[in-house]
Design a protein around this ligand. Structure first.
Ligand code: SF4
Length: 388
């Protein structure tokens, strides 16, 4: 989430609005962006965001001023303003990677968590934001993520959040990342089914076919049992499920067995994704346990992907570079890294498939395969038959 801050004046509770640079586009939910000093002409706006260093104390409306820069905001983006003066971009009109943060709390503590949990009761604040935000998101929004932390820890408010999504964004694909453990409670899964959210996909991680390894990776005893029971309850409640497998030194050795486990025990899953490691959050702290050059697990990845695909299970490979995958796997590779954290290396210059390659997380540092090598025109032509 993009953040900036300034000095708040006249803000008594968090506000959400749509930014505009047009001084004639006033409306209660429009926040005017300006470089100048606001005056009475701005009273029709819900708030003003300004880079100016001083504003008239007599102006009785929400204002955040003294902001270093507003350049990251595009016309129509949705932002929240805090009483502390922080400005969080909640929805970017020109991005395909928008999401709602449900909570930063989690009941797991995965070794490679990219957004380590925080144990604070953030639900009242975040729900206050989402209740304002959801009616403002364009109805044409194609996809919206719901993430955490663990969204199901919202309990009753998890259903309220989803019901708001259904009410305001009836045609938007919703993709909710959850560890699935709460759905071990059959009634919780049934409650979700009762919402009849056909556009909802639940992305649930499963890291091994054996409880001890999965529980170790997620640092939660009993998690494997709860997640697998949750998956079955979700199938019973007619919910769409995607399995997400992060590839690292601990999950790779049982990867092929895990693919067989999914086929035998979870045949109802709609999608299986194999994901490259993101070097952020807890991962740098556990890097010696986790890091393996992706080139060194291509054999296991190929076998697992081809096994599932042979049984017509929809498979994707996320966060991987085409030059380390054999051309036979290119058809499964997706450009999955969110636009604001997606980079390419100097080593990529001149590569003929860069526009189709997933590239790297900006946080990767030097934790990337040692086998990155631009793909030549000839190689690209030979492989083009297998690209989507
Ligand atoms: S050289 Fe770079 S752009 Fe080309 S396939 Fe490899 S990682 Fe992707």
């Amino acid at each position: 989430m993009l953040r900036t801050r300034g000095i708040a004046q006249g803000l008594h509770s968090p506000l959400v609005g749509r930014v505009t640079r047009d001084p004639f586009n006033s409306a209660p939910h429009h926040f005017l962006l300006t470089e100048g000093t606001p005056d009475v002409d701005v009273l029709g706006f819900g708030a003003v965001l300004s880079t100016t260093l001083a504003v008239p104390a007599s102006l009785r409306m929400p204002i955040v001023y003294g902001i270093m820069s507003l350049h990251h905001l595009e016309e129509g983006d949705l932002v929240s303003l805090d009483t502390s003066g922080s400005i969080n971009t909640q929805y970017r009109v020109n991005s395909q990677h928008n999401f709602l943060l449900a909570t930063e709390r989690c009941n797991s503590n995965c070794l490679m968590c990219s957004q380590p949990p925080k144990d604070r009761d953030d639900v009242p604040y975040l729900m206050h934001i989402h209740r304002q935000l959801l009616p403002l998101i364009p109805k044409s929004c194609p996809e919206l993520g719901i993430t955490g932390g663990e969204p199901t820890l919202l309990g009753e408010q998890f259903f309220e959040l989803l019901a708001l999504c259904k009410e305001h964004l009836p045609t938007t694909e919703l993709h909710c990342l959850t560890n699935g453990r709460t759905f071990a409670n059959r009634r919780f899964a049934e409650r979700l089914g009762e919402l009849e959210l056909t556009q909802l996909m639940l992305g649930i991680p499963l890291y091994a076919d054996h409880y001890q390894l999965h529980d170790y990776i997620v640092q939660a005893s009993g998690a494997f049992d709860q997640t697998v029971r949750g998956l079955h309850n979700l199938a019973y409640a007619n919910q769409r499920v995607e399995i997400r497998i992060v590839l690292h030194k601990l999950s790779v050795p049982r990867l092929v067995k895990l693919a067989h486990f999914i086929y035998k025990n979870l045949p109802f899953v709609e999608h299986v994704t194999f994901m490259g490691l993101e070097n952020t959050g807890y991962t740098p702290h556990n890097i010696e346990k986790l890091w393996i050059d992706p080139a060194d697990y291509v054999e296991e990845l190929t076998e697992a992907v081809e096994f599932l695909a042979a049984f017509r299970i929809h498979v994707s490979i996320y966060n991987h570079q085409l030059c380390i995958l054999p051309p036979s796997l290119w058809q499964f590779a997706r450009q999955s890294i969110s636009d604001w954290k997606n980079i390419y290396l100097d080593a990529c210059s001149g590569c003929t498939v860069q526009s189709q390659c997933g590239g790297f997380f900006a946080s990767c540092g030097n934790r990337h395969s040692q086998y990155i090598k631009p793909i030549t025109i000839q190689h690209s032509i030979e492989s083009s038959l297998v690209l989507n």
